[in-house]
Design a protein around this ligand. Structure first.
Ligand code: HEM
Length: 351
């Protein structure tokens, strides 16, 4: 296929650069048809709202990624569903549990100005009033050189360049949903007093990197692996299956609240689920991730992030289209998995 013949695959701004501020907003949509139709209009029209607010300072790079939960997906688009979309599975180990909590829509709002994030969220919730209830709202901020509140640089091993699209965006394995992604969120609270009583060396062996200069460390001998090893998934051919994380610290020191909002995007939902099993159940079983001894997961929810055309297509209800939205409302999927993604130079790689 010649370059000019390539069909651009317009992904949402999943790969937006790490921002200084973010709001992670999870809402549930009311059971009535009216609530569903109102929410449908809002999610499909989110690009207009990004322009309304973002244009007031383009240098602040306002973006918003919309993810749709498994149950809501079937209400919005009963005709076809992404191959791996399913609710977040509760993961229970001997000591720690990752709970599964409700959520129909995730809005991952990012910008370099907190007022733009605030204004966007205000107008968004105005538009959803009466149709949706806020299940979880977290304001995250960039902490020095992208550190979490445990004091470690967080996000270093994220894929970059061509690997980014290969890791994060669905390709020809699910052609109706190519350009989409799965996203998993969890809100963690930390026990900073207990963490602070560990020596720097102990903390470093739990994370698997040095604290000051962020250099990767080898695991100590024995069955107890560091966080960076437990969260590494082998592709069976000597490589790794990466995910894209944009975790952010949050907190209210006056309330003793210190946390990390975990957010991971992946082309393959099972990869994140496998990471959670390795962290909570342990690998080998019983040797859980010691980061969990000072971190409690309060929420856990999975969403599908449709490509931009599929998201816009969700705005047309079944009655309006009289056909499956997934089959009528977005351009044909790419025949060639190496096609341009319409986001800079990103291309979908082969599985
Ligand atoms: C790596 C922090 C939860 C997946 C890291 C690193 C830190 C960190 C500091 C090392 C630097 C880096 O590569 O980013 C945290 C904290 C968490 C948390 C504070 C919440 C309490 C999770 C969860 C997952 C995850 C729930 C997946 C389900 C990963 C992955 C890496 C990583 C894939 C990179 C591993 C590698 O290839 O080196 N995390 N993390 N993390 N984390 Fe987490």
């Amino acid at each position: 296929m010649a370059d000019g013949d390539r069909i651009p695959l317009d992904a949402q701004s999943v790969a937006a650069p790490l921002s200084r501020f973010a709001v992670f907003l999870v809402v549930t949509v009311g059971a009535s048809d009216a609530a569903l139709e109102q929410a449908r209009g809002v999610v499909a029209g989110v690009d207009d709202l990004i322009k309304t607010v973002g244009f007031r300072d383009l240098s602040a790079h306002l973006s918003c990624v919309v993810g749709i939960g498994s149950e809501l997906w079937d209400r919005l688009s009963p005709g076809a569903r992404p191959a791996e979309l399913r609710p977040f599975p509760m993961v229970s180990g001997a000591r720690h549990t990752a709970p599964s909590t409700p959520g129909d829509v995730l809005f991952h709002i990012r910008a370099d100005r907190v007022d733009l994030v605030f204004e966007f969220e205000r107008l968004l919730l105005d538009a959803l009033r009466g149709a949706a209830t806020v299940a979880s709202e977290t304001q995250g901020f960039r902490y020095f050189d992208a550190r979490d509140v445990l004091g470690f640089v967080d996000g270093t091993a994220n894929p970059v360049g061509a690997e980014l699209a290969e890791s994060v965006l669905i390709g020809s394995e699910d052609p109706d949903f190519a350009g989409g992604s799965y996203v998993v969120v969890q809100k963690y609270l930390h026990d900073l007093d207990t963490w602070g009583r560990l020596s720097t060396e102990e903390q470093e062996s739990i994370i698997g990197r040095t604290k000051l200069d962020n250099v990767e460390l080898d695991d100590a001998p024995g069955p107890q692996f560091a966080h960076k090893t437990l969260s590494t998934i082998d592709d069976g051919a000597g490589g790794e299956l990466d995910i894209l994380r944009d975790n952010m610290p949050f907190g209210r020191p006056g309330h003793g609240e210190f946390g990390t909002f975990f957010i991971g995007y992946s082309r393959r939902l099972w990869v994140i689920e496998r990471m959670l099993e390795r962290m909570f159940i342990g690998e080998p079983t019983g040797f859980h991730d010691r980061i969990l001894d000072v971190s409690t997961a309060l929420t856990g929810t999975t969403f599908f992030v449709p490509s931009r055309p599929v998201l816009v297509g969700l705005g047309e209800s079944e009655e309006q289209t009289d056909a499956s939205p997934a089959s009528v409302s977005h351009p044909s999927p790419p025949a060639d998995p190496d096609e341009s993604l319409g986001i800079g130079s990103l291309r979908i790689g082969r599985t």
